[in-house]
Ligand binder design. Structure first.
Ligand code: G1P
Length: 292
């Protein structure tokens, strides 16, 4: 079945990015000239997504405004014949159909998905994209690569990345076997294990294809010790029920824009690729590196 809808949870408080995220959503911080969240929406749309449900919270209004039209701004840009700016601004609201639903309490990523589920057909698979990661792919968007694995097997799919073993403890880590072309059949999912207990160095990145099997589990999924309903626990329940779960080691560069260094790397590397800034930034970096 074609995946038409995506859920993007953006209700988190952005505590890793304070004070920048004190009075604005961290998802609205700009990388070169676009907010992080726009890169994520563009990846979803380029993958074939038509409807996007944001799970928001208090203080996230700027995201709603960004994906809405701004008639006054468009009118003024038209008057001033600022064609490129007008095009860049007016296309945003037309990228997809957008809906916003509030997560009243910060009860975890599984709870965020549950909050959006009334707006998803019970028989329909759905994509979930977290608001932190920009994935830059020259060929196929990362989410589209996950959809290809879903279309082959018809089961839930998780985005995977190989990292140095020492870095695994910050993430969900999977165990399983390669079934070809970047796809893995997962038999273990361990959330943030110590390095010595990690089943592999394949970590979970915030892109998922969820199917009705996962929707069935979430409402009764017990909260973890921290009181949060986590997707990670729902995936473990799925595995306990002997149901299939796949991974997709996608091609592309991932920038974790939820932490300072990842955000800076995204600025530099996407700035080097951008036609307005690329050559001057390259010159500047060469000069700066020489003087270090
Ligand atoms: C969540 C998931 C984890 C995953 C990570 C990716 O953790 O629970 O499995 O590896 O996102 O960013 P969080 O970063 O919300 O603690």
């Amino acid at each position: 079945m074609k995946i038409r809808k995506a859920i993007i949870p953006v209700a988190g408080m952005g505590t890793r990015f304070l004070p920048a995220s004190k009075a604005q959503p961290k998802e609205m911080l700009a990388v070169v000239d676009k907010p992080v969240i726009q890169y994520i929406v563009e990846e979803a749309v380029a993958s074939g997504i038509e409807e996007i449900i944001f799970v928001t919270s208090n203080g996230k209004r700027a995201i709603e405004d960004h994906f809405d039209r701004n008639f006054e701004l468009e009118y003024r840009l038209e008057q001033k014949r600022k064609k490129a700016a007008l095009k860049a601004v007016s296309k945003i609201g037309k990228l997809a159909k957008f809906a916003f639903v509030r997560q009243a309490k910060p009860l975890g990523d599984g709870h965020a998905v549950l909050t959006a589920l009334p707006f998803v057909d019970a028989h329909e698979p759905v994509a979930v994209l977290f608001g932190d990661d920009i994935i830059d792919s020259d060929e196929k968007p990362a989410l589209r690569q996950l959809m290809d694995v879903y279309e082959k097997y018809g089961d839930p799919v998780i985005a995977l990345q190989k990292v140095p073993k020492k870095d695994v403890s910050k993430y969900g880590v999977i165990g399983g076997k390669s079934v070809g072309a970047g796809a893995y059949q997962i038999d273990r999912f361990v959330e943030k294990p110590p390095v010595s207990k990690a089943p592999s160095n394949l970590i979970v990145i915030g892109r998922y294809i969820l199917t009705p099997e996962v929707f069935d589990i979430l409402p009764s999924q017990a909260a973890g010790g921290d009181g949060e309903i986590r997707l990670a626990d729902a995936f473990n329940t799925l595995l306990e029920q002997n149901k299939a779960l796949y991974g997709c080691k996608f091609e592309g560069t991932r920038y974790d824009c939820g932490n300072k260094l990842g955000f800076l790397k995204a600025q530099v590397e996407l700035g080097l690729k951008h036609p307005d800034t690329g050559s001057n930034l390259k010159r500047y970096l060469k000069k700066t590196i020489k003087s270090l």
